[in-house]
Design a binder for this molecule. Sequence first.
Ligand code: TK8
Length: 336
Amino acid sequence: MKAFKLTLAAGVAATILAAVPAYAQFTERTIRLSNGVNEDHPNGKGVEKLKTCLADKSGGKMKVQGFWGNALGGDLQATQALRSGTQEMVVTSSSPLIGILPDLGVFDLPFLFANEKEADAILDGKVGDQISKKLEDVGLINLAYWENGFRNLTNSRRPVEKWEDFKGLKVRVMQNNVFLDTFKNMGANAVPMAFGEVFTALETKAIDGQENPFVTIDTSKFSEVQKYLSVTRHAYTPFLVLYSKKLWDELSKDEQAALSECAVLARDEQRKVSRELSEASLKKIKGDGVVVNELNAQEAERMREQSKAVWEKHAATIGPETVKMMQDELNQIRKK
Ligand code: TK8
């Protein structure tokens, strides 16, 4: 009886499949997705998840080709390619894109989030949604926020234990005015530079230092060219997972839904791996001979105080409503 029912069910399924071609709403396509980081960064696992999820949903028709280590150009360049419709996807830091959407600068404010939980709640909540809506108006579909993470300073000169130790250090910052002023305000000589140029600039001593999360410091091999790592956690930056609006509008509803769902599924994987790998990366960096120092609570607080001027200076350019929305939402989250 059971066997009979199964045969019957298979027969019905076969008839349906014959009537409607499988995955008719999907077109064979290869989506080019670029990354500034290398494939062993947690983004590698995120992109892997995205690939398998899309293959499942589209019957193998939607493929993703990942590019790593700035192979298709840096964050900003790749994002502009999306806007003009010559590339489908990029996983980019939000920071280099403030020229395209000033509101993104709200994520760059120093010492904004206390921990990952706050970051997730903001990015996956109202603030994240509002920013994504605004990105659409400038030709970019933001499918999800992945994690870049809490940023820490490395340099080749000395351990930074208090903000005065920044004085005179030549530090690469992202191409972003909030970061530029955060470091200038500490007394550093801040140099804006695209990520792809950082390793060589450190190696040739054109700059003394840079700042990034542990996983990026490790997977970009900065340990080879840096002596000190100071755990400053001065900012948390997200990754945007962007799709070209021009090319998005050519997709079927089913393809769009698949991409939206898969980018979020991949987000959970990417964040999980990012958090698991963070401590392991720090251990590796230590193992590579880099001298690591933590800030004591008092000095961390002084750094936070010193950075308040940057908030005041940049609220107007970021957009006062956006900054206020962020503060209100954070207050809500902190009350819970
Ligand atoms: C990689 C960058 C990088 C970022 C930076 O494309 O530029 O320092 O943190 O991870 O987005």
